[in-house]
Design a protein around this ligand. Structure first.
Ligand code: TRP
Length: 449
């Protein structure tokens, strides 16, 4: 058994930001965001998404950080410490469950990034037209074993980093590579908007048609906002517990929300002009990103090298996100049950592999895990993103606003009064009143539609 009294902590302020940003930035930005936007009518979705992120992003993220740092505990333990002998730890249990769910289907898509690295290295996109690239993607899905193999490799990689602990693992990997991803996205964006027919894609992305805003769009945008920022399931409670007392939580939250939203927007600018130009439908779902990107690299000078680098970076972005998902579960098991970090990691990875296999195999044509267009993969995604994350987020803001209260919140964000936090009053107002109301309204609206 390990000595659990000695908690790890992040080494530097920039380490904290890059770990939290590493969790936030991932397939959610580059893969899921374009998919959701494409399926929910384009610019109208973008507008709602931005409103949600701007209004709720920082307050929710800060709420989680505060709970984590104040309690110095995992998602479940935080509530046990701050509200002993109540039902509040239930919020943490939802988080741990949600962590398993998200990791399970997320690791499927993460596995695809590895397949696409191999495809890029072996130059298997070159000279192909859209129909062939699309067919290759379908064939790959139908190869269940190959999907399982990549998924297992990805889960193993995640386990390996988490097993090594916070400082040597998470922080080191997150630090340098995300800026590189931004650079390559900008290069791609420039190429994309200069393609013939790109304008239509930009119109789709930026010119809202307000009649498209339905309950479904609202809940989709809410779910995507939470998913992309990694809020609502205790990732940031767990990471908050590793943040040192003299770090500024508010500015960290602002930086992470800004970086995450910037990258999602950039991904939109890369994907939609190119998709319209090549004739990929915005409603193409999974294929939208995985077919458009290789086509785009075919149009790029030195596309071969850029394509390899892109998929490697995408895999790493996914890795820093899966690390955060696994960390929630591992921190919970080690602290609540006194398991060693190693043992907890191995168990959690095995459970995820078991659940994740259903997600991957449900995408094979004629799979017993799919019916009438509903797949286990889709259900896991829907249940976690559109239901459990908003529910978790709602309960977290209610907890901070009404149970923890203003003075403890202020004390934590100002580090005991030593730091200025000019927005703390507004943020607390949002946490206490606006955020619960907004989440509930979107929720009810979505459930009724
Ligand atoms: N935010 C990550 C992404 O955009 C995915 C992710 C990591 C996540 N941790 C999470 C999503 C916790 C929801 C909850 O790719």
């Amino acid at each position: 058994m390990e000595n659990n009294n000695k908690r790890d902590s992040f080494g530097t302020k920039i380490g904290v930001i890059s770990a939290a940003a590493g969790s936030a930035i991932g397939l959610g930005n580059i893969y899921r965001f374009p998919c959701e936007l494409g399926e929910h009518g384009g610019a109208a979705f973008l507008l709602i998404y931005l409103a949600i992120v701007v209004l709720l992003g920082v307050p929710l993220m800060l709420s989680e950080f505060v709970l984590g740092r104040r309690s110095k505990s995992n998602a479940v333990g935080a509530f046990q410490k701050l509200a002993p002998n109540t039902l509040w730890p239930f919020v943490g249990y939802i988080g741990v469950l949600c962590g398993y769910l998200v990791f399970s289907f997320y690791s499927t898509v993460s596995g695809w990034t590895l397949e696409y690295i191999v495809k890029a290295v072996t130059n298997s996109f070159r000279g192909k037209d859209l129909a062939t690239i699309e067919q290759d993607f379908v064939d790959f899905h139908n190869n269940g074993w190959r999907n399982l193999m990549w998924q297992a490799i990805f889960i193993f990689m995640t386990g390996f980093v988490v097993y090594k602990g916070v400082k040597d693992g998470i922080e080191k990997y997150a630090k340098i590579l995300m800026p590189l991803l931004v650079v390559i996205l900008i290069v791609l964006g420039v190429r994309s908007v200069t393609l013939p027919g790109a304008r239509e894609g930009l119109t789709f992305l930026f010119k809202p048609d307000f009649s498209k805003i339905t309950g479904d769009v609202l809940i989709g945008a809410l779910g995507q906002g939470f998913f992309s920022l990694s809020i609502g399931m205790g990732v940031l409670i767990t990471y908050g517990s590793y943040i040192k007392k003299n770090d500024n939580l508010t500015s960290t939250a602002f930086s992470v929300v800004f970086a995450d939203t910037f990258i999602a927007l950039l991904a939109g600018i890369v994907i939609f002009p190119a998709a319209f130009s090549f004739g990929v439908k915005p409603t193409a779902g999974m294929g939208l990103v995985f077919n458009t990107i290789p086509m785009l690299f075919n149009q790029l000078h030195s596309g071969y090298f850029f394509c390899i680098i892109f998929f490697v970076l995408l895999a790493i972005a996914a890795l820093t996100s899966t690390i955060s998902l696994l960390e929630v579960v591992v921190a919970y098991i080690t602290e609540q049950y006194q398991y060693s970090r190693q043992k907890a990691t191995v168990y959690a990875c095995c459970i995820t592999m078991f659940l994740g296999a259903f997600a991957s195999l449900s995408l094979v044509e004629g799979s017993p895990f799919a019916k009438d267009g509903f797949t286990v993969f889709g259900m896991m995604d829907f249940l976690s993103s559109n239901i459990l994350l908003p529910l978790g987020g709602l309960l977290i803001v209610i907890f901070v606003g009404w149970r923890l209260g203003k003075s403890q919140f202020f004390d934590e964000v100002t580090n005991g009064g030593t730091l200025k936090s000019p927005f703390k009053t507004v943020i607390f107002f949002i946490i206490k009143y606006l955020a619960p109301l907004a989440i509930m309204l979107v929720f009810i609206n979505g459930l009724l539609s």
